[in-house]
Every structure is written in structure tokens, then in C-alpha cells.
Design a binder for this molecule. Structure first.
Ligand SMILES: Cc1ncc(COP(=O)(O)O)c(C=O)c1O
Length: 397
């Protein structure tokens, strides 16, 4: 049969990351291409204890259908915790528990974007979100990144010249893929610009708690007195991505529409996982757990920086990354990025080509992404050493 796909998905392609995963799954390759938490970062003992008790004492709670909005105690706890610890959420905001933050991108876009309308995003940006926006036939406009976040002149110009801008998508903390953090000044400026142009903001913050240098900055949502920001939170990087629990905090009418859309997608987020998240947050010291994660990744990041200084400098440079799971590396002039990635693959090390994260994959790009959370210290050392050999062979030939 000749399958006739919808116009919405006709031009969607499997992501370049997935293609590279084919090699990454082969144990003879060193993979620096994933974005997974470190295996030692999972609180598996605590989750096993909560899960066993839950099955023993309240199996029906975990096994029965539940409500679309989310497990009520988790909703209430998130509301209080995010307000008291992050100053996020007003009386006019609600909370919706989702199947990972990825579902927020989908539900929000489905709820507010018409075909052909514009989404302004960072360039580069998270491929999973870009593909989701594309599936609703959004026009994507990428704003170049400075080392302190989106270039505000370019953003202002885009808001003035682009027609039908529906929302601005930003990952202000330790952005995926660039590792860049938006300065406080730019967060305020972005908010003011969005407000002035009557445009919403989708603030995606899966990495905000993973900071390794300096103090965390306030989220854009924390100064949202006008109801224009949807905040996307996730437990994927701080508890477990396999549990698929995320949460949106935003204006109640928008969340109500997203809830209706969610009913048609998955009815509700896995209730077993939601109960586990709630009990892990309330029966254990969650803030101490976050501090433990920062300790694990601070060490890994320090090792990566050491290795990069030793093997990649001076040819390869990188943007500042004070948190998160990624480093964004720039190749010297004259070195073709795809050729570099291919040669690295021949040496059995996988990184992600930067073009995968652009709104237009055909644009020139001198960068690639390294992940430092998943590999062991030995794998990281081997991988960066091989990348160093690759660049030296290309430049010094
Ligand atoms: C910036 C960003 N947003 C959203 C997601 C999706 O996360 P989740 O596992 O919560 O769906 C990811 C996952 O890597 C991400 O990097």
C-alpha cells in the first residue's frame, strides 16, 4: 500500500540524534551523544522501597485510572513547593502533570498555535521541541545565542517584523544543546518584549536544579504578573526520565485547554510514577537529593573541562556551561563540522552534529554537542582523547 501521510508530518524526519544512537548503542563506541542522567544518579533504592510499600498497602491507587490533571497530592505539593522555593505560580496559575516535559511542548502548541503561525526560539535549540512545533506546521524563527542567552536585538527585530508570532520558546538554564544560561537582565528584557508584543513565553527548565558554579537565577515565570508564561518542569533529569513525569505551571484557562488535549493523548500521566514522585519528594529530603546530583555532575564537568583543555584546546573552543549535562563545542575555521563528526565516528566516538539543533538544518554550523553525564570517567577520557586526535589530524595534516 502507498501510505499517504498528513501534511503535518510529511516533512518530519527521524532526528540526527536517533541516527547516531544506532552507533551509540554499540558498546565498542564511546557515546558522548546521549542526554541521559548518570546511572549512579537514580535514587533506585528509595524508589524500590516506596514502590514495594505502595503495591503492598495501596495497590488500587497505583493500578486504577486517575484524573487527567494529575495525582491531587502531587499537584498540591508542586504548587506549594514551586511557590515557596522558586517563587513560581500565582493565584491565577494552575498545575498540570504531564508525561514528561515533552508533552507540554505538544499540548501547549496544539492548544494555541494555528498552522503557519510563528514560534520564536533559540538557535540552536532542543530538537524534541522543534520537531513538535514543526508537526503543527509552525514557522520557526531562530534567534542567535550570545554567551548570555538570546541576542535581544535580534529578538526585538523578529518580534517587530514576523507576522503572527504565537510564542517564544526558551530554555534559560544550561540550555540544551549549548549549555548557555540567560542573564537576569535578558530574562527581564525578554519578558518585557513578549508582553509588549502580546506574545506568550514557553519557559522550559529541565536543567535548572543542576547548577555547578554560582547561584541559580530566578526563572522568567517568577516575574510573570501578566499571565503570559507557561513554565515546563520535569523530573526526568532529577529523578528518572523513564518515569515520564513533568509538570506545567501556567494560566488556568490555557492549562484547561491543554488538559482537554491531554485526554485525547494519554488520558493521564502514569499514576504509579506520579505517586512515586510525590512520595520521594515528601518522604525523603528532596533538596539533599538535588545537592547530591550537583555533586556527581560537578565532578564530571570538572573532568570534562580538564580533558578539553588538554586535548581539544586550542583548536576547539566551547561556550560557558555552568550547569546541565552538555558542552557546545566550536570547530576552527576551515574545518567542516559534518566531516569532523564522521571522522570521529570512524574512531568510534559519537557526538551530535550541531545542525540537528537548528531551525534550518541546512544552515552552516561550526558546532557539535558533547554530553558528559552518561559516560563513565574512563569513557569520557577515551572519548575526548579521540576527539583531540581527530581534530589534530584534520588541522595539522
Ligand atoms: C530542553 C529539554 N526540554 C524538554 C525535554 C524533555 O524532557 P522530558 O523527559 O521531561 O520529556 C528535554 C529532554 O532532554 C530537554 O533537553
Amino acid at each position: 500500500m502507498e501510505y499517504k501521510f498528513s501534511d503535518r508530518v510529511l516533512t518530519l524526519k527521524p532526528s540526527a540524534i536517533r541516527e547516531i544512537f544506532k552507533y551509540a548503542a554499540d558498546p565498542s563506541y564511546v557515546s558522548l551523544s546521549a542526554g541521559n542522567p548518570a546511572p549512579e544518579a537514580f535514587p533506585s533504592k528509595q524508589l524500590a522501597a516506596i514502590s514495594a510499600k505502595l503495591m503492598e498497602e495501596e495497590p488500587i491507587l497505583a493500578l486504577q485510572y486517575s484524573t487527567t490533571e494529575g495525582y491531587p497530592p502531587l499537584l498540591q505539593h508542586l504548587k506549594e513547593y514551586m511557590k515557596s522555593s522558586r517563587n513560581i505560580g500565582t493565584e491565577d496559575d494552575g498545575v498540570l502533570v504531564t508525561s514528561g516535559a515533552q508533552q507540554i511542548m505538544d499540548l501547549f502548541t496544539k492548544s494555541i498555535l494555528n498552522e503557519g503561525e510563528t514560534v520564536i526560539c533559540e538557535a540552536p535549540s532542543f530538537i524534541g521541541s522543534l520537531n513538535d512545533f514543526r508537526s503543527y506546521k509552525a514557522k520557526l524563527v531562530g534567534i542567535p545565542m550570545d554567551t548570555d542567552g538570546m541576542n535581544m536585538e535580534a529578538l526585538e527585530k523578529a518580534l517587530e517584523t514576523e507576522k503572527n508570532v504565537k510564542f517564544i520558546y526558551t530554555i534559560p538554564n544550561f540550555q540544551n544543546p549549548s549549555g548557555i544560561t540567560m542573564s537576569l537582565e535578558k530574562r527581564h528584557r525578554l519578558y518585557e518584549l513578549a508582553k509588549a508584543h502580546d506574545v506568550m513565553i514557553l519557559e522550559d527548565n529541565p536543567y535548572g536544579d543542576l547548577y555547578y558554579e554560582g547561584e541559580p537565577l530566578p526563572s522568567i515565570k517568577s516575574f510573570d504578573t501578566d499571565g503570559i508564561v507557561i513554565y515546563a518542569g520535569s523530573f526526568s533529569k532529577v529523578i528518572s526520565p523513564g518515569m515520564r513525569v513533568g509538570y506545567a505551571i501556567g494560566p488556568k484557562p490555557v492549562l484547561a485547554k491543554m488538559t482537554v488535549c491531554k485526554q485525547g493523548q494519554d488520558v493521564h500521566t502514569n499514576i504509579w510514577s506520579q505517586v512515586l514522585c510525590y512520595r520521594f519528594m515528601t518522604e525523603y529530603d528532596f533538596d539533599a537529593h538535588l545537592a547530591g546530583l550537583r555533586k556527581i555532575y560537578t565532578k564530571k564537568r570538572a573532568l570534562l573541562l580538564d580533558l578539553m583543555e588538554k586535548h581539544l584546546a586550542p583548536y576547539i573552543t566551547w561556550d560557558p556551561f555552568n550547569g546541565g549535562l552538555f558542552a557546545w563545542c566550536h570547530l576552527p575555521k576551515g574545518v567542516d563540522m559534518m566531516e569532523f563528526v564522521q571522522k570521529a565516528l570512524e574512531k568510534k566516538v559519537c557526538v551530535v552534529p550541531g545542525t540537528a539543533f537548528l531551525t534550518d538544518e541546512n544552515e552552516p554550523c561550526d558546532a557539535f554537542r558533547i554530553n558528559f553525564s552518561t559516560p563513565t570517567d574512563e569513557q569520557l577520557t577515551k572519548g575526548i582523547t579521540l576527539l583531540g586526535e581527530t581534530i589534530r589530524e584534520m588541522v595539522e595534516k
